[in-house]
Ligand binder design. Structure first.
Ligand code: LLP
Length: 454
């Protein structure tokens, strides 16, 4: 249960032109919908910490994260999957701050990684190598070597060439590599085209039609321990049907692999579970769990899932200060100090994150449409046009919500803006979990040739 003043998801729409911020809020003002983020006495809090206090101490912009919300997500997911025994390997590409990985390691989660950098992070966070799954369509030889040497629990293979390279690396290292084949089930995930991965037109996986032949080949290689099959059809999936269809395709493949005389002991069902960005509904995890159990619960394989977004997305906000307001072409632009380099999703996928003013809008405030834009020098540096925000003045703080998945991790230093800082909160405690990257540190990595430098 939430301790916050208002927790309703989306408030009723008003029909008149002026909007009040009392009990009846405009439909587009999506209030915080995670129990740990909300308004208390007119101020936005993350757990028991007022967002304004953090802004005063560390300056803006920053990401603020709730630890408790993540713990709860893992618990909810485990409940929804019961009684099936499903291993959760968190897809750390969604957010890889060490503090988060340590929390998840402490909860007994494994990690789904996609690079040598993620391998180092997972190990540094104390995740046992056996609980690490190495996914990714383009693992380099060095990355494969490092993973095999570390003794990761599973490498998900995406092509015959990659399989051969893994076998070679394992042979040279005197090891046997535990492998599952990532199969492309040719299922449309009904999500944004840029994050769809499971159709025959995407680069991912081994084509479903070739899977049996490649599985037979892998099973014969002495340096390979061919354990099973993996699938991942895309991200931000809120419809259960693509998952159902995929699970059915996997169940069919398990039968065919066994009929072929090979053994299969492990299934990795990927991630993709979608969340709500607008107060509507994300994937229903109870239904997801029920479908998984119905289709694959009795197949005699160990089951793994790789959720990323679902575990963290709602457990964080990006806090920014309003710098200026201006009118242009009959529209209002509110310029804030966070930019597309700090939060790329709107520019990349036209994603829309809810805006929550840090001071709770007053009941009598009149909403007005405005574009929330950043300081970066291009027009794609916009968080979107918001129809129903209270007037925001220079110096006001806003939070962009649902901002813990694929946000800080995708940040860049474009425009020589330092990588954004991250704050972890649990109860009334908070910690600078990643400090703002100093520009001086960036400069240290660069040099001009001596024939250029003065
Ligand atoms: N497993 C594999 C093999 C993946 O490629 C991914 C995500 C996941 C698991 C986790 O998916 P999730 O549960 O988080 O949906 N940057 C995009 C999302 C890219 C997802 C990439 N792969 C965004 O901001 O929406």
């Amino acid at each position: 249960m939430s301790n916050f003043d208002s927790v309703s998801l989306v408030q009723k729409k008003r029909t008149n032109c002026c909007t009040n911020w009392g009990n009846e809020m405009p439909a587009e003002f999506v209030r915080p919908h995670v129990a740990q983020i909300g308004y208390r006495s007119g101020e936005l809090f993350v757990e028991q910490v007022p967002v304004r206090a953090i802004a005063e101490e560390f300056g803006t912009p920053f990401y603020a994260y709730s630890a408790t919300a993540v713990r709860e997500r893992i618990e909810m997911l485990r409940d929804a999957l019961k009684p099936a025994d499903v291993r959760i390997c968190y897809a750390m590409k969604a957010n890889n701050n060490l503090s988060l990985l340590q929390i998840l390691a402490g909860l007994g989660c494994g990690m789904d990684i996609v690079s040598g950098g993620e391998l180092e992070r997972a190990l540094a966070a104390g995740v046992p190598a056996q609980r690490i799954v190495f996914s990714g369509v383009g693992k380099s030889k060095q990355e494969i070597k490092a993973a095999v040497a570390a003794g990761v629990g599973q490498l998900n293979v995406e092509s015959t060439e990659e399989l051969e390279l893994i076998a070679k690396v394992a042979r040279n290292g005197g090891k046997k590599a535990p492998v599952v084949l990532r199969v492309n089930p040719d299922v449309d995930a009904a999500t944004h085209p840029k994050i769809t991965t499971g159709t025959r037109h995407n680069k991912f996986g081994i084509p479903y039609e070739s899977a049996l032949a490649v599985y037979a080949k892998a099973s014969k290689l002495s340096e390979i321990d061919c354990l099973g099959v993996a699938v991942h059809i895309g991200s931000q999936i809120t419809d259960i049907q693509p998952f159902r269809r995929t699970f059915e395709r996997v169940a069919e493949l398990v039968g065919r692999i066994r009929a072929q005389g090979n053994t299969i002991a492990r299934l990795d069902l990927g991630g993709g579970l979608g969340v709500s960005y607008d107060g509507g509904s994300g994937i229903d995890i109870a239904t997801y769990g029920a479908n998984l159990r119905e289709t694959l619960g009795d197949c005699g394989c160990e089951l793994t899932i790789e959720p990323g977004r679902l575990v963290v997305a709602e457990a964080g906000i990006l806090v920014s200060e309003v710098l200026y307001n201006k009118a242009q072409g009959g529209e209002k632009f509110t310029i804030v100090d966070a930019g597309m380099n700090d939060l790329m999703r709107p520019a990349l996928y036209d994603a829309r994150h809810p805006v929550w003013p840090v001071a709770e809008p007053a009941a009598e405030a009149v909403a007005e449409p405005c574009h929330i834009v950043g300081p970066v020098c291009e027009s794609s540096d916009t968080f979107g046009k918001y129809e129903q925000l209270p007037p925001l003045a220079s110096g006001d703080l806003i939070a962009l919500g649902v901002a813990r998945a694929y946000c800080a991790v995708m940040a860049s230093s474009y425009n020589a803006r330092p990588l954004v800082q991250e704050i972890l909160i649990e109860g009334d405690r908070y910690r600078l979990a990643r400090r703002r990257q100093p520009v001086a540190a960036m400069l240290k990595l660069e040099q001009a040739g001596e024939w250029i430098a003065p």
